[in-house]
Ligand binder design. Structure first.
Ligand code: KPL
Length: 302
């Protein structure tokens, strides 16, 4: 199978490294940054269970080197999805299956009516980029994928092949009947944790202490009200789920706090910002989230 992973961040590197260690696939990693792609020297280093594993693959910044592929795992940040799709044009033909893995919901706006198959991915895999080309597998969680709309038998066959591939690479993966509800469940966890940890400059576990906990719960409850108004049924109680993620990832520095610390653009617009936009359309009050958006923007644009 010919596979391209787009984006050498934590999740993209984890998927690429895992696939390279499994069966013999024609595996490529596409990086928009040509200098970094050259420095990676056609391999990644995977830190797993305390061992360092060298994972060979072809790495390029020029999608024309790759050409059309069967499967694309799109692992760039939400705000970079449109640019990544433009860069990846030579990879994408009518029979290609693209699976995007982004935080938030903004990417969904640019991923419909495309001339190839697009299924949505939501993963609970834990990955940390230790340095460019060096990823640590932090913990295994379930990956869920599915199309947002009914598809042809051909597309479903492609999806089954992708699920089989990911499972064969030890990424536990299933086709989830209502993928949008899982996208929203993850969104609400990120709504509760990411902005607040960035503002308070604390690890995820600290949000279980007052007064942060009350604010986190209020942000998630607002999100659940928006989901309800949109007719999205959440798979589980979002407050309980968010608190569980805080416990499970207590020592983690959230991706948004990492972005703030590195002076990088955050995903606030894709997460709390996208939620407030949906709330505005439906007249659902979300004052806690509006304040979170304002405060994170203040942090990044002093
Ligand atoms: O997804 C995350 C993130 O940091 O973006 C959580 C679940 C909050 C873990 O840190």
């Amino acid at each position: 199978m010919k596979i391209a992973v787009i984006g050498p961040g934590a999740l993209g590197s984890l998927f690429a490294a895992g696939i390279s260690r499994a069966a013999d696939h024609d595996l490529w990693l596409l990086d928009h940054n040509a200098q970094r792609a050259a420095r990676l020297d056609n391999k990644l280093l995977l830190n797993e269970n305390g061992r360092e594993l060298v994972c060979p693959m072809r790495i390029t910044a020029d999608a024309r080197d790759i050409g059309p592929v069967d499967l694309v795992l799109l692992c760039v940040k939400s705000a970079d999805v449109a640019d990544a799709l433009a860069l990846a044009q030579p990879l994408l033909e009518a029979n290609t299956l693209l699976i995007p893995f982004q935080n938030g919901i903004r990417h969904l706006d640019v991923l419909h009516d495309l001339p190839f198959h697009v299924a949505i991915g939501v993963t609970a895999q834990g990955a940390t980029l230790l340095a460019p080309g060096h990823v640590r597998h932090g913990g295994s969680g379930l990956t869920r994928i599915n199309f947002l709309k009914p598809q042809s038998d051909r597309a479903l066959k492609k999806l089954n092949t992708a699920v089989h591939l990911l499972n064969s690479c030890s990424f536990k993966t299933e086709i989830s009947p209502n993928i949008l509800s899982h996208v929203w469940a993850k969104l609400l966890v990120n709504v509760g944790i990411n902005a607040l940890t960035a503002i308070l400059n604390c690890p995820n576990g600290d949000l279980l202490k007052e007064p942060a906990r009350t604010r986190m719960v209020a942000a998630v409850r607002e999100g659940a009200a928006v989901a309800k108004a949109m007719g999205i049924e959440l798979p589980t109680d979002p407050v309980a789920m968010t608190q569980q993620v805080c416990r499970d990832t207590a020592a983690n520095i959230s991706s948004m706090l990492q972005d703030v610390r590195r002076g990088k653009k955050t995903e606030i617009e894709a997460i709390n910002g996208a939620l407030t936009a949906e709330a505005g359309k439906l007249n659902v009050p979300v004052p806690v989230n509006e304040e979170l958006v304002r405060q994170v923007k203040e942090l990044t644009n002093p």
